[in-house]
Design a protein around this ligand. Structure first.
Ligand SMILES: [Zn+2]
Length: 186
């Protein structure tokens, strides 16, 4: 399997979501969407429960918005427990990284990292009749790349207001100990 999309289990579950559209019939929009993502046509802004993107195709900008359900309280509590444990077990991880085994642990616990296409609300002003359109698909492929680069994004996407609990890593600085204004350069 190509590592271009889904190089980590975190990005891979999102790629599978996108490619689940193939189940019914081959979708010609998929190769086109991959090509757009590969060529950085989609510029994303991501927050908990929402992905917004500007997708530029042949000089035309399409404003895509995708709303995702948050984890339920049960999923959130269980995810926090598993993530805290995983971070404690893998102290050498780079900031934003998560161990691959954690994705399997979440899956085993029925905590979905990715959201099935029929549970997300995707809006694109283009006139394509086939949904999801190529702009939404390109946004999701780009999202999978961003998640491969920084797996923590997959968790943040599903959990509003969540902050990782502190593992006992001497190099780790709790966000609350930093001056927020200096930290964000505001
Ligand atoms: Zn579109």
């Amino acid at each position: 399997m190509s590592a271009e999309f889904g190089a980590t289990p975190w990005g891979r579950v999102w790629v599978r979501t996108v490619e689940s559209t193939v189940a019914a019939a081959p979708n010609p929009a998929l190769p086109k969407a991959r090509s757009l993502a590969r060529n950085h046509a989609a510029t994303l802004s991501v927050e908990a429960g929402r992905v917004e993107a500007e997708v530029v195709v042949s000089g035309v900008t399409h404003q895509v918005r995708i709303d995702l359900p948050n984890w339920s309280d049960r999923e959130q509590a269980e995810a926090e427990r598993l993530i805290g444990k995983a971070l404690g077990d893998h102290l050498g991880l780079a900031a934003g990284d998560l161990p691959d085994s954690l994705e399997a642990d979440l899956r085993r616990d029925n905590i979905g990292v990715a959201v099935p296409l029929d549970e997300m609300e995707a809006v694109c002003p283009c006139r394509t009749r086939r949904r999801p359109c190529v702009h939404v698909l390109a946004t999701l492929y780009t999202l999978s790349q961003r998640i491969d680069e920084r797996p923590m994004l997959a968790v943040e996407l599903r959990s509003p207001g969540w902050e990782p609990t502190a593992p006992s890593d001497p190099d780790w600085t709790p966000l609350g100990d930093l001056d927020a204004e200096d930290f964000y350069g505001a």
